[in-house]
Write a protein that binds this ligand. Structure first.
Ligand code: HEM
Length: 426
């Protein structure tokens, strides 16, 4: 469909129709919409915001946090968390320090043990699913969401909090701050209530740990509770609580979805799947991981991130597409488009593991790029690898794309065959 012709045919002042068409295209034909925008209208001003679709322009927006702030979703995120948080603030306003704190707490040295933990949680969940003896199981409900939650219990420190609470609360929270463009008050209220519920559960965990003697568990919460910062920084137990819940909110739905979409993107390309299966068993995690990150380029968890332009800015200055973005505009930095910009990314439609890091924006870019990237970069690939090591556990033939969102913004069901009985992992 020629999206721009259809869009331009709608009168300027018929905002609901234009927005309706745009939203439909974003759901049903995002890739072709972005391809057309990159070619014909790379900086596209609409009633819902200015779509920025070329790779250098997305990087320009995300490299200027003083001009393009997180003000679009920051206030909703802080309502949901009930406290300041790194992804809700900008450099001059607390982000700098929160970011430093997160880097201290979520360090790269955790990656090897998080990979081991992930592998063992993954294997036991797959064993449980296969032991049921059914022909199929649900890769999301029976595997990836439970794995993400169990990793958060053991690594982040949500001790004693059940998987359903961790998963369902973060789903409501993320829906409220990240996928509620019309500010639906019910969705917002549900997110705030979920944030409160998690806050109260974590407060009990913190009280218990403060009352116990010794250093406590060696997890992220334990590290936060042992960290002493000057009082004027304000990192009391309430801020520890909000940060921990914030980290969970940044990881639970993301991991759950990425595992399913990476399996999908590999499976719809049988030759790539065969290569990935070989890499899964060859003991070279870096090679295997590169298949998973390339798969996610085709279906990123965050396809678009919004920013609030707080002062007039000339984007792509000196190029043909130079555009003045006026203050108060919402700017939509389209990761999913930038990663397919053929003027930067070589043969973007081809599946090529090991592309240059700057061509893969799945974990974000710039001032707010993913603080959990060291753990995310082992958790997601290892969860996918453990699936591929079970030869019979694959999406159903013909159902490789059959991911069911069940009326929510995140995929809920993805049936896979059970294949061989339990105990075949290597
Ligand atoms: C599948 C895994 C993950 C994906 C795909 C992912 C993706 C992202 C993306 C795209 C951003 C940038 C958002 C923006 O610019 O608007 C981001 C930021 C962030 N992520 Fe992740 N993430 C993942 C896992 C994690 C994990 C495991 C944690 C924590 C343990 C985490 C914590 C955060 C935080 C705190 C930020 C905000 C950083 C800042 O504002 O400076 N993420 N993530």
């Amino acid at each position: 469909m020629d999206f721009l012709a259809a869009y331009d045919a709608i009168p300027d002042d018929d905002v609901p129709q234009r927005v309706g068409l745009l939203r439909k295209a974003m759901v049903a034909e995002k890739a072709s919409l972005f391809a057309q925008l990159r070619a014909e209208r790379p900086v596209f001003s609409t009633p819902v915001g200015v779509f920025v679709t070329r790779h250098p322009d997305v990087l320009e927006v995300l490299s200027a946090p003083e001009t393009f702030t997180v003000g679009v979703f920051g206030p909703a995120l802080e309502d949901v968390l009930g406290a300041p948080f790194v992804l809700a603030r900008d450099n001059a306003d607390l982000h700098w320090r929160e970011r430093g704190y997160g880097q201290l707490i979520l360090g790269p040295e955790d990656a090897p043990r998080v990979r081991e933990l992930t592998a063992s949680i993954a294997d036991s969940l797959l064993d449980e699913a296969l032991a049921r003896g059914t022909d199929t199981f649900d890769l999301i409900q029976d595997y990836s969401r439970l794995a993400a939650a169990r990793i958060s219990v053991a690594y982040l420190g949500f001790t004693g909090i059940d998987e359903d609470t961790l998963h369902n609360c973060t789903r409501r929270m993320q829906w409220a701050f990240a996928v509620n463009p019309d500010r639906n008050p019910e969705i917002h209220a549900a997110g705030v209530a979920a944030g409160r519920e998690l806050h109260d559960r974590v407060a009990e965990v913190i009280t218990g740990r403060r009352a116990a003697s010794g250093d406590g568990p060696d997890d992220v919460l334990g590290r936060m509770l042992r960290t002493r910062l000057p009082a004027e920084y304000g990192f009391d137990d309430e801020r520890v609580n909000a940060n921990l819940v914030g980290y969970l909110t940044g990881s639970q739905q993301n991991i759950t979805q990425c595992v399913a979409t990476a399996v999908k993107e590999l499976t719809v390309r049988p030759e790539v799947l065969a290569e990935a299966e070989r890499a899964a068993g060859n003991g070279d995690p870096a090679l295997f991981d590169s298949y998973v990150w390339e798969a996610l380029r085709f279906h990123p968890f965050v396809p678009v991130t919004p920013r609030l332009c707080v002062r007039d800015h000339t984007l792509a200055a000196g190029t043909e597409r130079q555009t003045v973005i006026p203050a108060k505009s919402v700017v939509l930095a389209c990761f999913a488009s930038a990663m397919f910009d053929g003027q930067v990314v070589d043969a973007p439609a081809e599946f090529r593991p090991g592309r240059p890091p700057a061509h893969n924006l799945v974990l974000g870019y710039g001032a707010h790029d993913c603080l959990g990237k060291y753990s995310a970069s082992v958790i997601v690939p290892e969860l996918v690898r453990r699936v591929l090591l079970r030869p019979g556990v694959r999406p159903l033939p013909g159902g490789e794309r059959a991911m069911d969102y069940a009326g929510t913004p995140f995929p809920q069901h993805y049936p896979v065959s059970s294949g061989r009985p339990a105990g075949n992992a290597t």
